[in-house]
Design a protein around this ligand. Structure first.
Ligand code: MN
Length: 449
């Protein structure tokens, strides 16, 4: 039997076919798979794996190309260090910017070929990890949405075009749990590892204290682990079925206690060798490795011209954070570090959010001050291209701003702290900071001329 198409080969092949355009080959039409604009691990993996499943299940695989899109620019991939860790583990090649080489990034790489496919009337869209196509995506990709796989509340968009092809379960901890239900009978192991990793991160490794899972997630993990374990013992056929369905997908009669007991077993269960991401030995450790990477401040930086800006969600004391980020002579390359934090409710705190800013290089001092002022002034200065994005609208940033007013906290380091409106997240904060950083860079270079 031919080995199954590897995820890497699929991604490279779909990219090449999409870039070649509708007239170049036997491919008659294309369906692009895209997750939500925030672009987290669940979004990326669900799009890649769902596209893979539909491609290999197609009756005429050659006539329709399924193409996963990454919904952000290529240089931003390295901001998702959990995704970097998981895709690297799965053998994907990375480019010099720290992004998976063979993926297709929207809009910078995919918008132009999308126009050609759309012009030929041969482009459709499938959504994962959200269920309403963002306006600026629809402007480029069109609004023929033929399938939806999601775990957010159903906005009931695209009903006429998606028809019955809607798999939405708002209780699921991860969209990838739903995607795993589409797996072909003999899936490549690395496809299972991608899904398992995304589910582990989203469900916090079935941490009982966090309750971010339901029976459907447990069933998905059980099945993925069984498929991978079969590989460990030399490919026995029956293991793939062994665990499937034991904890039903929200079946009546499966109580929460039963789901939690099964989840606790899986949390501590030995990981199949193929899934030992970062040396993790159990499902719980897999989640911990990926979440550690997600919050790894050393890589959560982004460039605006010559200026490196870091923004991270912080779950460590600020002093430790600054040390880890390279303050005091370290070498992270970050000029200005922003840290978003929240007072720990469990420890008696208010749960209110805060933001800190600290320059980490001499050149970062002026930039930190300029960025702090710009953030304080928002919504003034917030461009419509950001303010109109769904998450910005949801967080009311265009009208209410960030609720920021900085105060000096430590004169020696230049550390300043401020409250932050609780609605604000890193997903809106980072692009805003990058926008202001670019403006600051332009103003600075203008002065230099
Ligand atoms: Mn999700």
């Amino acid at each position: 039997m031919r080995p199954p198409l590897s995820p890497q080969a699929f991604v490279a092949q779909s990219r090449a076919a999409f870039l070649a355009g509708p007239s170049a080959g036997a491919t008659a039409s294309a369906t692009v798979w895209v997750g939500n604009v925030a672009g987290d691990l669940d979004t990326i993996v669900s799009a890649v794996c769902a596209a893979y499943c539909r491609q290999v299940q197609g009756a005429e695989p050659a006539s329709r190309q399924h193409v996963p899109l990454v919904p952000f620019p290529r240089p931003d991939f390295r901001l998702r260090q959990d995704a970097c860790l998981l895709f690297r583990h799965c053998g994907f090649d990375f480019d010099s910017e720290g992004a998976v080489e063979s993926l297709l990034y929207f809009p910078d790489e995919a918008a132009a070929p999308a126009e050609a496919w759309r012009g030929a009337g041969a482009l459709s869209v499938a959504l994962t990890d959200h269920n309403r196509l963002a306006e600026h995506f629809a402007a480029s990709l069109g609004d023929v949405v033929v399938e939806v796989i999601d775990h957010h509340s159903d906005e009931r968009a695209h009903l006429s075009s998606s028809g019955g092809a809607r798999l939405i379960d708002t209780s699921a901890g991860s969209a990838c749990s739903l995607v795993s239900e589409l797996l072909p009978p003999d899936p490549p192991h690395l496809l299972c590892v991608l899904l398992l990793g995304a589910i582990a991160a989203d469900t916090r490794g079935f941490d009982a204290a966090q309750q971010k899972f339901v029976g459907r997630d447990v069933a998905a993990v059980r099945r993925l682990m069984a498929l991978l374990s079969a590989a460990d013992v030399g490919g026995g056929g029956e293991a793939g079925e062994a665990g499937a369905g034991e904890v039903g997908a929200g079946e009546a009669g499966v109580g929460r206690a039963e789901v939690e007991a099964a989840a606790a077993d899986l949390r501590g269960a030995a990981l199949p060798a193929a899934a030992a991401v970062g040396g993790a030995a159990t499902f719980g450790e897999l989640a911990a490795r990926l979440l550690d990477a997600r919050y790894d401040v050393s890589s959560l930086d982004a460039r605006a011209g010559e200026l490196e800006v870091g923004v991270c969600a912080v779950f460590v004391p600020l002093r430790e954070l600054i040390a880890r980020a390279g303050g005091g002579g370290g070498r992270s390359g970050v000029d200005v570090l922003f840290a978003l934090s929240a007072e720990d409710r469990a420890a008696g705190g208010s749960g209110l959010k805060g933001v800190s800013v600290v320059p980490l290089t001499p050149g970062g001092r002026g930039a930190a001050a300029a960025l702090a002022s710009a953030l304080e002034a928002a919504p003034e200065g917030l461009p419509p291209s950001l303010a109109s994005q769904p998450l910005f609208v949801k967080q009311q940033l265009g009208t209410d701003g960030f609720g920021i007013g900085f105060e000096d906290a430590d004169a020696a380091s230049g550390l300043r702290v401020s409250p932050l409106r609780n609605a604000v997240s890193r997903k809106t904060f980072l692009p805003t900071v990058l926008h202001f950083a670019e403006q600051h860079q332009q103003a600075a270079s203008g002065r230099g001329c």
